[in-house]
Design a binder for this molecule. Structure first.
Ligand code: PLP
Length: 387
């Protein structure tokens, strides 16, 4: 039987009725099971991986290597994929963008709504970057395909506009055209069950799915990894080293993980996956809260909503989004304002910075009502008449 929202809230120690946290796209709170798993690792199991033949290190190495399988199961990746641990989504995309060694004869196509971390990493060695609009018939994407295009890289779930509803059609077209595909799953992994269908590379961050900061993953097709150059060099990613230019890379995936990894982070990520497996994604519950909030907000004068599902970006006429966020903060409601590291799509929509509401499994109707009451008063608090 699924838990009530009160039961869910009780599992997140940082949650409090004193404030409302609506910045979950930036990062989520952590359930006790994750905090305890990390605590337990540092109290009882701390040692380095791959380096010791003593019991503690062997156990931790098993834990660390075993986590790759847990991640593969979580995203539905079969044995043709490998998992590489990274710090976050940004690093995972950089590992691919630099590792593929594209040049000025190559093109990369990204959607028009990418986070800066799925845009700037591709800007290497003169590679041409084009945008496509993920519209229904995909004619825009189709028109940009040619033999110079090597990669199609798209978000599955924009942090400004929400879910890309025709992701599978985009990926199918990419695969029919024999392009490499990368999906930015930073907002996807927390919102619904991921599928690796037609995906070569999947990048995500732990901290947006209840896990600690500083751990993320790249799930990648082994055949493609074989063609890629590691970005980071040093210990733990080599078979032997005779000198700086006489060395052999370790096997995949280890050659892509130079230096001591974030083992505590991997332990926390595993615990977060277990939490999701046990409790689910709360997709419908969040969808219903967003629907309710949007419906109510439409009747608030001078509040404008950006399009999109399962995320809310808004502006209040004549009030800067930072002032909106500050007014809400004065009522202990925490939202984010600004460009959200996705400036190109906001500029394209002609709206500049915005205030964003992003929800998680522990948010409630009451919290939405508190937010709505506060939002209604923003203009008045700023000394602007609400006529
Ligand atoms: N992609 C999307 C859609 C995001 O929302 C974010 C972060 O907000 C990122 C990528 C980057 O994630 P990170 O900062 O964890 O690398």
């Amino acid at each position: 039987m699924s838990k009530t929202v009160a039961e869910v809230r009780a599992e997140f120690p940082e949650i409090s009725d004193e404030f409302v946290y609506f910045d979950n796209s930036a990062t989520t709170f952590k359930p006790l099971s994750v905090i305890e798993a990390v605590d337990d690792y540092y109290r009882k199991h701390n040692s380095n991986v791959h380096r010791g033949i003593y019991d503690l290190s062997v156990r931790v190495t098993e834990l660390y290597e075993g986590a790759r399988k847990i991640i593969k199961d979580f995203v539905g990746a079969d044995d043709s994929y490998e998992v590489i641990f990274t710090r976050n989504t940004t690093e995972a995309i950089n590992v691919v963008a630099q590792g593929l060694e594209l040049n000025q004869d190559d093109e990369v196509i990204v959607s028009d709504r990418e986070h800066h971390s799925n845009l700037l990493p591709w800007n290497k060695n003169g590679t041409i970057i084009k945008n496509f609009i993920p519209n229904e018939n995909l004619d825009d994407l189709q028109s940009k395909l040619n033999e110079r295009v090597k990669v199609i890289s798209t978000t599955a779930w924009s942090n400004i506009l929400g879910k890309v509803t025709n992701l599978q059609e985009i990926l199918e077209l990419a695969k029919q055209s024999e392009k490499i595909t990368l999906v930015d799953a930073a907002q996807w992994v927390i919102n619904e069950k991921v599928s690796m269908k037609n995906i070569d590379f999947l990048a995500f961050s732990g901290h947006k799915m209840y896990a600690p900061m500083g751990i993320g993953a790249l799930v990648a097709r082994r055949e493609l990894l074989k063609m890629m150059k590691p970005v980071f060099y040093g210990g733990d990613m080599v078979e032997y080293v005779h000198s700086a230019d006489d060395f052999a890379l370790a096997d995949i995936p280890h050659r892509f993980e130079a230096g001591t990894p974030n083992i505590g982070g991997v332990v926390g990520l595993t615990a977060a996956i277990n939490w999701i497996k046990e409790n689910g994604y709360f997709t419908d519950e969040k969808h219903e809260l967003y629907r309710y909030a949007r419906e109510q907000m439409r009747s608030i004068p001078h509040v404008n909503l950006l399009p999109g599902d399962d995320i809310i970006c808004l502006t209040v006429e004549d009030v800067h989004p930072h002032d909106v966020a500050q007014c809400l903060n004065n009522d202990h409601i925490f939202v984010r304002s600004g460009y959200h590291c996705a400036q190109p799509i906001l500029e394209k929509l002609g709206c500049g910075p915005v205030t964003r509401v992003s929800l998680a499994c522990y948010n409630t109707h009451e919290e939405i009502d508190r937010f709505l009451t506060s939002l209604k008063n923003v203009r008045q608090k700023m000394g602007i008449a609400n006529v």
